[in-house]
Design a protein around this ligand. Sequence first.
Ligand code: ADP
Ligand code: MG
Length: 370
Amino acid sequence: MSESRIDIRGVSKLYGPVRAVNNVDLVIEGGSYCCMIGPSGCGKTTLLRMIAGHEAPSAGTILIGGEDVTHARTGSRGTALMFQNYALFPHLSLTDNVAFSLRVKGVATAERRMRAREMLDRVQLGHLAERLPSELSGGQQQRVALARALITNPKVLLLDEPLSALDEFLRLRMRVELKRLQNELGITFIHVTHTQPEAIALADQVVVMDHGLIEQAASPREIYNHPHSPYVARFMGGQNVLSGKVESVAGTGAVVVAPGGMAWDLPEAPGVQPGQEVRFSVRRDRIRVVPDEPARNGVSGRVINTEYQGTFVKLALETGSGEEFIITMGDEAWFARPIRVGETVHAAWEPGMSHFLQGSNNSVGTPLED
Ligand code: ADP
Ligand code: MG
């Protein structure tokens, strides 16, 4: 058992009637990069704080490296939490800020300053070691906060929206640095974010949360290509969610009809029954515009918006389903024959591109209160 593997078993946290975290089971492999993502208020910070020991679960067990730490003291469980607001001491140099926790532990001055300098070198701030926090940029302050969390040699580093205070340019740079650090140190990182591209770019495992529940925990590729539910497909983006009624079943596949009469093939929809309402997703970049009315596996609609995005163009169609249908197409194809707002277009996809969504849509509405 890796000493930095985390097992979360049946963990809940109640604040009065509010179930901030609702009976969560999750395994985070030792030495992996885990990103937790979900809308504001879904319980990300609460779960992180319980792993760090800043909050005690109302029920359930948390193990780190196979050891039950559910009620262990914050400083004794091998975790370090980097705070969102950095919380640096303004009157102390970077070295003394980073060395602070060693001072509290009684490590001698020379040794703790040396270790702090090493850690500042790791985050590429060694040359600024004697400056005060006020003499740094936001991105640099953040790296000091990182060094301060890492000096305790944690098995697990917990980061709560670490990049949200930075501008776009710094955010992308810090993202690369976080990944590099995690690779070098080989410890477990748990990073809370509400930005989808950040989770996709960094994580070995993405944990999608909603209303105190885990909707799906899987690799970024799995989450993106095989979302478990309509909620995950919509929240992670890049997908269209369609619904219809099962007309017939053959093997593990099914034929679904839309309210408008269009037929769609679902190659893998095990267990569905004729007459059942089902949902499936189709990636926006797997759809092509076709000249004639599509006979099967397609939609028709009026273009309500077009957006040029550099390498591709995004078309939004109104198809009568109540939800915009989005197509992304290569910029060259679009400029060769631009499609204007107000035109009616027909779109189609290969039947294998339809991905059946198992989780019911109702899971989005899981009540927050008991
Ligand atoms: P997130 O980090 O995903 O935005 P939080 O974990 O901060 O979500 O909050 C989850 C839910 O728990 C929210 O409804 C929030 O209002 C509630 N909550 C969080 N902390 C407390 C607290 N100390 N007291 C009462 N309610 C809280
Ligand atoms: Mg939060």
